[in-house]
Design a protein around this ligand. Structure first.
Ligand code: GTQ
Length: 349
């Protein structure tokens, strides 16, 4: 490849004249912004062990009352992007949120899209757009852009969940803001009841729902049952995976991030294709080794790790006699919208 001219090759006076006019020569930076074949990535493979994180989150519960936090969250930050930038990947933010018995995280809405993956505790509810969603372990609950949401806790033990937001990309687009609100009135109806069976959707008086986000809560009991049924029905299927979708149209349920649940069969080793989007893996149940690029992470239950895009990932179920269940979030919808989505297939590590 042809070496291009450097900044230092230009006369100092010329460089100063360019700067004075807010001009920059492209050629010294061309290879950096268009690297050959594979993008440069700041996203590093990182593992957050729940056992290490949980005591620090509980300490935050003692140190910072809800009035001083609004949302009591420890952000899982990728050092490759700089911890202060609070991102795991270019488009993914992860936060571990704690709600103590009796607490209420007040109503607000914001432009970034959020989901919650419930990790522990009973008795919490998140109310989204008036729908009061019970939070049970493994449930996926959407908070799409612009919808009011608040969290309350009626149980007697701490509740913890993982927040997944597209905050970094919305912030980068200079489109991130929030609005504080009042406690919401609860409206009747629950999406997961209306859409309780695949293959049929509500058609009252022949019309389909016009709602952009018809289903807000995806109970883990149902996703888990779907994985077990799929695995049993197709014993030769290697990747027993389901995607969370908008049940009205089958599309991604949110705008920029995609969400999936994967069942690894007992003892299974599964290679994932090399694709352009960065990914997050969160272990809901079981015991899994994740090989990400050159790194190996031993994931225990409720652990989370991430993989940059264009990187091969292999997941090994370390349980010889039980399936393991992994929640995956990725940047596919965003990459598809940008027209840069790529799946390069399986490549050996
Ligand atoms: O629960 O609404 O982790 O607004 C970051 C921003 C959670 C929330 C986060 C938020 C929330």
């Amino acid at each position: 490849m042809q070496a291009l001219g450097r900044l230092e090759d230009l006369p100092q006076a010329y460089r100063e004249a360019l700067t004075a006019q807010n001009l920059v020569p492209l050629w010294p930076s061309l290879r950096a912004v268009l690297p050959p074949h594979v993008p440069s990535r700041n996203t590093r493979p990182i593992h957050w062990a729940y056992a290490a994180l949980r005591p620090l989150l509980m300490q935050a519960g003692e140190l910072t009352p809800m009035e001083k936090a609004e949302r009591r969250v420890l952000v899982l930050a990728n050092p490759g992007h700089g911890l202060e930038n609070m991102k795991v990947s270019p488009a993914i933010y992860l936060g571990m949120q704690l709600l103590l018995p009796g607490e209420w995280a007040p109503s607000h809405r914001h432009t970034p899209n959020a989901v919650r993956m419930v990790i522990e505790g009973e008795g919490a509810y998140t109310t989204v757009d008036g729908e009061r969603c019970p939070m049970q372990r493994g449930d996926l609950i959407l908070t799409p852009t612009g919808l009011w949401h608040e969290h309350e806790h009626t149980g007697d033990q701490p509740v913890v969940w993982l927040d997944v937001l597209d905050l970094p990309i919305i912030y980068y687009a200079e489109a991130s803001y929030g609005v504080e609100g009042q406690r919401q009135a609860i409206t009747p109806g629950h999406g997961e009841q209306a859409y309780i069976r695949g293959g049929v959707v509500p058609t009252p008086l022949f019309e389909r729902s016009p709602r952009a986000y018809p289903m807000l809560r995806y109970p883990w009991a149902d996703a888990r049952a779907a994985l077990l049924a799929l695995g049993a029905d197709q014993p030769a299927l290697e990747a027993v995976q389901v995607g969370y979708v908008n049940p009205e149209n089958g599309h991604d349920p949110q705008n920029n991030l995609g969400f999936y649940a994967l069942m690894l069969r007992p003892g299974q080793s599964l290679c994932l294709p090399v694709r352009s989007p960065a990914c997050v893996f969160h272990l809901i149940e079981g015991c899994v080794d994740a090989l990400v690029g050159g790194e190996t992470f031993a994931l225990a239950e409720s652990d989370t790790c991430c993989a940059p895009g264009y990187t091969s990932v292999t997941l090994n179920n370390r349980q010889p006699d039980q399936p393991s269940f992994v929640f995956i979030a990725d940047e596919s919808p965003l990459h598809r919208k940008l027209g840069v989505y790529e799946n390069r297939g399986l490549q050996s590590q």
